[in-house]
Design a protein around this ligand. Structure first.
Ligand code: ADP
Ligand code: MG
Length: 254
């Protein structure tokens, strides 16, 4: 059965889109037919992360009633599918967000996993992206402002009776992060699914419009994303990006 998973945070800029694009790429590599839906209608940017910002038909056209959802699905060169948002401000006019429910019903026939890149905040758009999902992953940074917003979005997901898979703590820096994993886990009363380190590969990969897991598979963040994907699917991930020690051991064994 297709799972619709929304990546939410409450606070903006914590890494939802980064996690979505990398997790999407990894799940696809692990053999799941994956589709990424840009659920961030006011400030859509997943297609900027993925390098194809100009699509002729977007989710905005669908929500305006000008196109069928089937016309807004594109194959990304890396194998997964994407339903992009329009980056034009004019396209915000006359969209009916309620049409997302119908759209997602169609999309579930097209993929094993649908990742919904959600907007910040707790407004109507966030509400809708949670409402159309089966599962929710909360993304937070290890600091109080994002944790407070994460707590609110958790409550919203609970009210909508969604299955909260857990938390991705992004931009973690050992020793200097404001909050520990334990503090985050205890406050949210949710398991931490992944701790993604602060990693200069991420801005570089966004600049190159390529998910970090492809841009630099051996980077610390890429390894975290691969582990997250394999934990979620129960599949083994390939050990590309293994540490120096392991590489030397493998070389000695050859
Ligand atoms: P959101 O979708 O929650 O608004 P983004 O995924 O767009 O957040 O990330 C915001 C910015 O944070 C990105 O431009 C990226 O450069 C930076 N960023 C995200 N994750 C990391 C990380 N693990 N290490 C370093 N920079 C990161
Ligand atoms: Mg985003």
């Amino acid at each position: 059965m297709t799972r619709v998973v929304s990546l939410v945070s409450g606070k903006g800029g914590v890494g939802k889109t980064t996690v979505t694009s990398n997790l999407g790429a990894i799940l696809n590599d692990l053999g799941k037919k994956t589709l990424i839906l840009d659920g961030n209608l006011t400030t859509p940017n997943i297609s900027l992360h993925l390098g194809i910002p100009l699509y002729p038909i977007t989710v905005h056209d669908v929500l305006r009633g000008d196109a069928h959802i089937s016309e807004a699905i594109y194959d990304h060169p890396m194998g997964f599918s994407i339903v992009p948002g329009s980056i034009s401000i004019d396209d915000l006019d006359k969209i009916d967000i309620e049409k997302l429910s119908e759209a997602i019903e169609y999309l579930t026939k097209k993929a094993d996993v649908i990742l919904v890149d959600s907007p910040a905040g707790l407004g109507r758009e966030s509400y809708k992206s949670i409402e159309i999902s089966d599962d929710v992953i909360i993304v937070t940074n290890p600091n109080t402002p994002s944790l407070v917003e994460a707590l609110k979005v958790k409550e919203l997901a609970e009210r909508l009776d969604k299955n909260i898979l857990g938390v991705v703590v992004n931009r973690y820096v050992r020793g200097t992060s404001e909050l520990t994993e334990q503090e985050i886990e205890e406050t949210l009363e949710l398991p931490i699914l992944s701790r993604v380190p602060e990693d200069s590969t991420i801005p570089k990969s966004i600049d190159k419009k390529t998910p970090a897991v492809y841009f630099k598979p051996s980077s610390p963040s890429s390894r975290a994303f691969k582990k997250l994907g394999s934990d979620l699917t129960g599949e083994e991930f390939e050990t590309e990006g293994i540490g120096v020690f392991q590489r030397i051991m493998n070389w000695l064994r050859e």
